[in-house]
Design a protein around this ligand. Structure first.
Ligand SMILES: NC(=O)c1ccc[n+]([C@@H]2O[C@H](COP(=O)([O-])OP(=O)(O)OC[C@H]3O[C@@H](n4cnc5c(N)ncnc54)[C@H](OP(=O)(O)O)[C@@H]3O)[C@@H](O)[C@H]2O)c1
Length: 277
């Protein structure tokens, strides 16, 4: 059995498969197996990062999977250490070498790290890398609207994607509406909530019963039906397929609204004014 995720159009003209296989916290050997099974069941987007220390394993899977490079979409992210024009170029060279690739499809600044006050320089670095064709699309991760506004004001160039922690307990309405206004795709990380009880939440389980799907599929359908991307991690083939099979059913407006009511507010998010690497 296989499945396919649709592609979202990014503002720079590239197309990004709406569901990425998340690879944190898989180690280098484990990630290779996970990416290979994910590609077999139909994933075409893999989400890694310098910080995950598993880029070589992702690269080995990409090389071994038998698909042409252009059929796959690989995202990686630079640590704050590389927030500068020359620095970002060097940081990406290291990532490309570890991945065994000539380019990445999407390059993100992993965290804004505002205490360093370098993220605008980092963004200028990514703009230059997109111009050179080393990153087909560029974006950020864990940026609040004020961080996004600052890079847009400073450079006139809007990130194509912002990857943020997002699930029904953490809907991030102000971020999502800022992204919509500026044509930025919202990509949710931890879309299943990573053990925070969402799978057992009675709103989620009763909707799962109504539609005859699993809680995981309801959570992912809620995100993709509203046009967002997700990075969802599973190392198990059967769950990888389950998480991809969310494009053949729909939630009703009432079901979507019931899930929207689960939000507990942004104060539960990892605070990217403080945390970062
Ligand atoms: N940009 C950032 O700062 C940032 C931060 C954190 C994460 N991320 C990215 O986002 C990805 C996803 O986030 P995440 O790993 O925190 O959370 P997640 O994808 O919401 O949840 C992953 C967990 O759920 C389990 N799982 C997956 N599918 C399942 C299913 N169908 N039924 C039951 N359990 C299931 C997985 O276990 P098994 O593997 O055992 O199936 C794993 O323990 C990461 O892998 C990473 O690529 C980005």
């Amino acid at each position: 059995m296989t499945s396919t995720a649709p592609q979202l159009a990014l503002s720079g003209g590239t197309r990004m498969p709406q569901i990425a296989l998340g690879t944190w916290p898989l180690g280098d050997e484990e990630v290779e197996r996970a990416v290979l099974t994910a590609i077999e069941v139909g994933y075409r987007h893999v989400d890694t990062a310098e910080n995950y220390q598993n880029e070589p394993g992702v690269g080995r899977a990409v090389a071994a999977c038998g698909l042409p490079r252009e059929d796959l979409f690989v995202t990686t992210k630079l640590n704050a250490h590389w927030q500068g024009v020359a620095e970002a170029a060097e940081g990406l060279q290291h990532s490309l070498k570890r991945l065994g690739l000539d380019y990445v499809d999407l390059l993100l600044l992993h965290w804004p790290n505002p205490a360093r006050d370098r993220y605008v320089h980092g963004w200028q670095g990514l703009i230059a890398l997109r111009e050179k064709g080393l990153a087909r699309a560029i974006g950020v991760s864990n940026f609040k609207p004020k961080h996004l506004q600052r890079v847009i004001d400073a450079t006139g160039v809007t990130p194509e994607v912002n990857q943020i922690e997002r699930h029904p307990y953490l809907i991030r309405r102000s971020s999502v509406s800022f992204h919509r206004e500026h044509g930025i795709v919202t990509e949710g990380w931890s879309p299943l909530g990573r053990g925070n009880g969402l799978f057992e939440d009675s709103v989620v389980t009763s909707i799962a019963d109504e539609v005859g799907r699993t809680p995981s599929q309801v959570l992912l359908r809620w995100a993709v039906q509203e046009g967002h991307a997700v990075a969802v991690k599973s190392k198990r083939r059967e769950r990888q397929l389950e998480n991809l099979e969310v494009f053949d059913f729909a939630l009703t407006p009432t079901q979507l609204a019931a899930i929207d009511e689960l939000d507990t507010g942004d104060h539960n998010a990892v605070d990217s004014d403080v945390f970062g690497h």
